[in-house]
Every structure is written in C-alpha cells, then in structure tokens.
Ligand binder design. Sequence first.
Ligand code: M1P
Length: 211
Amino acid sequence: MSEVIGVRGTIFVADVDGTLTPARQSMTDDFAKFLGQFLEKRVFYIVTGSDLNKIKEQVPKFVRDKFAGMFCSLGNEFYVENELIYKNSFIPEPSLLEKLEEYRKNTTYDGELFSNYIEERCGMLNFSVLGRNCPMSARDRYAVWDEKHTERLRIVEELSVLFPEYVFSIGGNISVDIVPQGHDKSQVATKLREKYPTQKIVFIGDRIEPN
Ligand code: M1P
C-alpha cells in the first residue's frame, strides 16, 4: 500500500488482541468494514505480541493489505505487504527456562493444564502456565482465576528481580511476554520516530501502563 499521510499528518499504531479484535479471536465483520474504510486515507501500523500467523487468523486480508506495516512478536519481526523487513533473534538462558518449568509445575491453579506453555517466537518467549493450546473456555477460566490470585503478576515481579536483563510483561489474558531489555513494544516507538521525525504518532491499545 502506498503511504498517504492523513490530513493532520498523524501516524496510527494499534495493538491487536483486546483492541482491534477480541483476545485471540477474529475481527468482527462490522469492525473490519469500518477499519477498512478508516485505513483508506491513513498511515496505520499494528504492533502485537503475536506472530504473523496469528494475525492472519484474526485479521481479514483486505484489512491487512491496508496496513502500512505489521510489527509482530512485540516488534521483533516487521512485515510490509507480507514481506519480512527485519527480525531479531533471541536465545533464552537455560536458567530462565528452568524457572518457567518450575512455575508450570508448582502452580496453584486448579484447572486442567495444556501444552505449548513456553512458546518461542521471533526475538521473544511467551509463557503461559495454562498452556497456549487451551480451548477458549479454559482461557476464560484461567483469566478470571488469575485476576483474583495474581499469579502472572507474581511471576513477572519475581522474574524481573532474578533476570534484570529481560523484560517481563503481561500483554494478554493468560500469558507473560519475555524479551531481552530494549526489545519490547517500545522499540517500535523508536523505529517509527526515526521514520517519522515530526509527525504526531498515536498509539491505540487496551492496556497502557507506566513504562
Ligand atoms: O497482544 C496481546 C497479547 O496477546 C496474547 O496474550 P494472551 O494469549 O495471554 O491473551 C499473546 O499473543 C501475547 O503475546 C500478547 O502480548
């Protein structure tokens, strides 16, 4: 898509899960129609913790084709018109992986656990005690339980002390994203500011917190 900087010269950057789509679900038809029109005259990027395959599952092609670019895996891989522009690599420390195994083994969550609990993505890890291969009902159940028992918050706090060279963040409903320092979503702000030194850049997301 050729870039048309909107009337006010604004660059838009939006999160996906919980913002443009319900978490890990397809964009609704009505919203896709609206967004398709909104994108006609705007420069609009997405930035997500998910990888490209998940974006393809959730966002229809006619909408994806209108994005100026897609920052996936927290900005560790970047696509323009389906072409990979760059990707970062990441080899996690074995001691970090051991610690994640411990959390999975010792969780007090009383529901069924599922596979794919440490998912390696480009430049990052996604860790879910529950396991990413869970059905939607288990996802909802764990999210409610975690809200009450704050397991993910505890994991993030503990790991941040033990492994200060990484950033641990709660992006969605069942998991924790893990990247080397400087390789979280904030890297996208740096990259876009280099490309658009004077334009206003607006970030749209469902969960915006200090830092
Ligand atoms: O985009 C927000 C988050 O969406 C998913 O989180 P969860 O599966 O926990 O709901 C993940 O793709 C995560 O990496 C991402 O940050």
